[in-house]
Design a protein around this ligand. Structure first.
Ligand code: FES
Length: 106
């Protein structure tokens, strides 16, 4: 499933992500920098913060209470389209997803 990451400096990288992986894993396994993921995907660190392109935000599963609480503690400002990338599962329906990476994770 094709996912495009856009960095804070507007560099963009498009990767072919494996279905079933988290978005965080897809970034890490393709060498996309800017996602730290200190907790390894356990939804406790908030260093995998991303901004989901507006057109896609409503197509994702809703934010859970745990994710919501963590998003209040992100290093870069929280926006309405903020998500934790470890909580987004890659699936074919997300082909073409565009993700913006914040300028910092800590
Ligand atoms: Fe830690 Fe996502 S990797 S919250």
């Amino acid at each position: 499933t094709t996912i495009t990451f856009i960095h804070a400096d507007n560099r963009s990288e498009t990767v072919e992500a494996a279905d079933g992986d988290s978005l965080m894993m897809a970034a890490l396994s393709h060498g996309v920098d800017g996602i730290v993921a200190e907790c390894g995907g356990n939804a406790v660190c908030a260093t995998c913060h991303v901004y989901v392109d507006e057109a896609w935000a409503s197509k994702l599963d809703p934010v859970t209470d745990d994710e919501d609480a963590l998003l209040d503690g992100t290093a870069a400002e929280r926006r309405p389209n903020s998500r934790l990338s470890c909580q987004i599962k890659i699936q074919p329906a997300l082909a073409g997803l565009v993700i913006r990476i914040p300028d910092r994770q800590s």
